[in-house]
Design a protein around this ligand. Structure first.
Ligand SMILES: O=C(O)[C@@H](CO)OP(=O)(O)O
Length: 233
């Protein structure tokens, strides 16, 4: 049975100071790196290995993936992790051309489809200050409702429209082929995927909160059915 391992990135420097982050490319904090290290050890101790990894384009998710795969390198199952570059990219310089042993490689594939929800005009602003300015209820709607867009940004519904098609086209086929997949992404991009995997209603997804750096694991069969959800706290 293939494993799907979802992980929200470790705490970022802007999570630490309660700022809306969205697409701003903020790295992890020291605590975030520690969270990713602990996640790596928990994956190793529970005997999980990864065959292929997907991340967003944002450094906090990429860092989380790399720390998870390399702090306890048993998680890689003896493979060498590397960032895959698409030969179709205009600036591709043959970065992965020297690899010749696919069985010993662990591709890390980045996609903007997994990026955090775009927070528009709120990016960089403090969440508590915005609650004082616009009211806690309005800010809660911007942060957690399914279809209310933050000013100039994406609703969760908008996010679903990019994450779920990517999940179905790129990630699901790997799982159906029996590969263990690590997906390192963001609070809202993962909430949008979990909404589908856990069949959550628009109301139920509003109360779904994901901790930073905590792996969520599903068994996936060859038909693409998701069972036995486990959270490695
Ligand atoms: O700021 C953000 O990008 C996200 C995740 O940290 O915030 P929220 O939890 O409010 O959706």
């Amino acid at each position: 049975m293939a494993k799907l391992i979802l992980i929200r990135h470790g705490q970022s420097l802007w999570n630490a100071v309660n700022k809306f982050t969205g697409w701003v490319d903020i790295p992890m904090s020291e605590r975030g790196r520690a969270e990713a290290t602990i996640a790596s050890c928990k994956l190793r101790d529970a005997g999980y290995t990864v065959d292929i990894c997907f991340t967003s384009m944002l450094i906090r998710a990429i860092e989380t993936a790399i720390v998870c795969l390399t702090e306890c390198d048993e998680v890689c199952g003896g493979r060498l992790p590397y960032i895959w570059h698409d030969p179709a990219e205009p600036d591709w310089h043959g970065w992965d051309r020297h690899f010749g042993e696919p069985d010993k490689e662990l591709k890390i594939i980045r996609s903007p489809a997994l990026d955090e929800r775009y927070y528009g005009d709120l990016q960089g602003l403090n969440k508590a200050e915005m609650s004082l300015k616009f009211g806690a209820q309005q800010v809660h709607l911007w942060r957690r409702s399914f279809n209310v867009r933050p000013p100039g940004g994406e609703s969760l519904e908008d996010t679903v429209k990019r994450t779920v098609p990517f999940f179905e086209a790129a990630i699901l086929p790997e799982l159906k082929a029996g590969k263990n997949v690590l997906v390192a992404a963001h609070g809202n991009s993962l909430r949008s995927i979990l909404m589908v995997l856990d069949r959550l209603s628009e109301e139920a997804v509003a109360s779904l909160e994901l901790a930073t750096g905590v792996p969520i694991i599903y068994d996936v069969d060859t038909e693409g059915a998701f069972t036995n959800k486990a959270v490695l706290i």
